[in-house]
Design a protein around this ligand. Sequence first.
Ligand code: ADP
Ligand code: MG
Length: 246
Amino acid sequence: QSKAGPSMPRQRVTAKGTNVPEPMETFQALKERYNLSPQLLRNLSEYGFVEPTGIQSNGIPIIMEHRDLVAVSPTGTGKTLAYLLPIFASLGVPSASSNTDNGTGVRALIVAPTRELAHQIHNECLKLAQGRKWRIILFSKATANALADKNVRDRVDIIISTPLRLVAAMQHGNVELSNVRHLVLDEADRMLDSEFIDQVQEVVAGCTHKKIQKAVFSATLPSGAEKIAMDMLHDPIRIVVGLKDT
Ligand code: ADP
Ligand code: MG
């Protein structure tokens, strides 16, 4: 279903912020710059990700360097991979198989406004996860209940959820966010400055790790929502991708 990179429309990218990392030209460059695993590179080519899109060449190095990011790029430009690839790269190995220094509990959290969207993100995750036993949880009533067991909870690597579902689990003590190192708000225009904002703020506040990296992705970001996003982030870089008409 994925189309190769060259079919992606031409894009114009602007970046603002302090010490913006150099964009990458190819996925291969990630191997030289950040020692990206051969496994992840194989999974990319296996699923037809040949050439990075604008938001990917610019956004991936920013997340790899653990910087906060606001990314605005049109629908269909590959925002999902732009945050998932660096998350998989930085998690390194699944919680269940790591020795000690990663701590326990979920290390990456992706919040999306609808269950349908969370489901699509989960599918994209499964492509990158090939070949390793990652525990990736698409939040639902059933999975939330499974997390009531601390042994299960401690071995989860990535959670994908809607804000309401997640807050409910937080209130029941079924999810522990203090080890989250990567937090993504996807389709943020539908969550910030909307009826979800209190839940989103509660999730952000629950992610208490000192070294957390946060990213906000959206196709559009009205100024009210952008201000809320900027207030949540530390020294953020802002990337805006526009389509060039040819
Ligand atoms: P967005 O979130 O920006 O709307 P998606 O992440 O849903 O876009 O990606 C849209 C489609 O493009 C998906 O089918 C995805 O697999 C595909 N895609 C993403 N990045 C690439 C790439 N570098 N090369 C080819 N296809 C890609
Ligand atoms: Mg998307």
